[in-house]
Design a protein around this ligand. Structure first.
Ligand code: C5P
Length: 325
């Protein structure tokens, strides 16, 4: 004898997919989060060998709503094709008249510089500590030098020097993020990391290591820079747009170099400690090495929202921030 009468069993059969659908809708939120977190685990290797890891899963949804490990921070030839929306956004950042073909520029870039899959080595055996060193005047008198140098990676930004400031900012530099207008020489132990705001910035990098003919963009720029060609890296334009969309919710016109560097560190490091971030009480961005001042939320950057996001990262223990003295 059949356990159910025929009519009832076909009713149950019909109800089954419907219940699955309702259950799915009900738990949709949870499903999306679980998928995202699982993707973090599989793409980045999940937990690391440090006490506390950027990709620790026990933390909050705010972080995993923003952090997307599938966006490559650095370019190589295979990942260089840009989605139309990314290309359009990126081309609008610093309008330029040059009609150069992006694909040709990329081909030349990766015939000169390492065409690699950088930093895809996250996993349970790795504990990579990183110091992100901004250029704030709050570093003066901080005596952070030794602490900064104790990190595996010390990532500096733009012109921020070490010479003469070793006590406060350290002397080690594994990476320096720069663009043509902020370029300085780097030594052979440092990765020059280009932050390209426009195609001309990529052409400038090529020119620096070949013809040295590009001497100006919207201002005069250095035609030469001392750096090891085999250590050159290039931030991916799609990574810049991802930061703007996901982390800054489109505040300002585009993220500041410091904010991009901080999120870059979250993607390639297991622990991130931040130094040299913070304006004066009147909101001016001051430097530890010169007397220039810019207002942190004036111009193209959403400085207020960047600060709010950095504070949130601090609150949920994803970064530590050393505020100086
Ligand atoms: O001034 P510059 O852009 O070279 O500084 C690099 C980064 O350091 C900035 O993008 C900003 O994130 C950070 N900075 C800061 N407070 C300052 C100066 C710089 O947070 N007073």
């Amino acid at each position: 004898m059949a356990p159910f009468p025929k009519r009832r069993s076909s009713f149950i059969t019909a109800l089954f997919p419907f219940s699955i659908f309702v259950l799915f809708m009900f738990f949709q939120h949870a499903v999306i989060y679980t998928l995202l977190k699982t993707s973090v685990e599989s793409t980045e290797g999940g937990l690391c060998a440090c006490d506390k890891c950027v990709t620790d899963l026990s933390d909050d949804d705010w972080f995993f709503m923003r952090f997307n490990p599938s966006v490559p921070p650095l370019m190589n030839k295979r990942n260089s094709v840009l989605r139309t929306d990314v290309y359009r956004w990126w081309k609008d950042l610093q309008s330029e008249s040059s009609q150069v073909n992006y694909t040709d520029v990329v081909d030349t870039l990766f015939s000169l510089f390492p065409d690699e899959e950088h930093y895809s080595d996250a996993g349970p055996d790795r504990c990579r500590t990183c110091a992100v060193v901004g250029n704030s005047g709050n570093l003066l008198g901080s005596h952070y030098g030794q602490l900064i140098d104790s990190h595996d990676f010390v990532i500096r930004i733009n012109k921020g020097p070490t010479k003469g400031f070793e006590n406060d900012v350290g002397s080690k530099t594994t990476h320096r993020i720069l663009y043509p207008e902020s370029a300085v020489d780097v030594d052979n132990s440092t990765h020059l990391v280009l932050l390209p705001f426009k195609i001309t910035d990529m052409r400038w990098l090529i020119s620096v290591f070949t013809t040295r003919h590009i001497t100006s963009t919207y201002i005069r720029v250095r035609p030469t820079v001392n750096a090891d060609r085999d250590k050159v890296m290039i931030i991916h334009p799609a990574f810049m747009k991802y930061i703007y969309d996901s982390w800054l919710e489109k505040h300002g016109k585009y993220p500041s170099t410091g904010f991009i560097t901080l999120i870059f560190a979250l993607h390639i490091c297991d622990q991130v400690n931040v130094f040299g971030f913070g304006a004066k009480s009147d909101g001016q961005w001051h430097h530890y090495f010169d007397s220039s001042l810019t207002h942190f939320s004036g111009g193209v950057h959403g400085g207020g929202f960047e600060n709010k996001t950095i504070n949130e990262l601090l609150l949920i223990n994803k970064i530590s921030v050393h505020k100086g003295w």
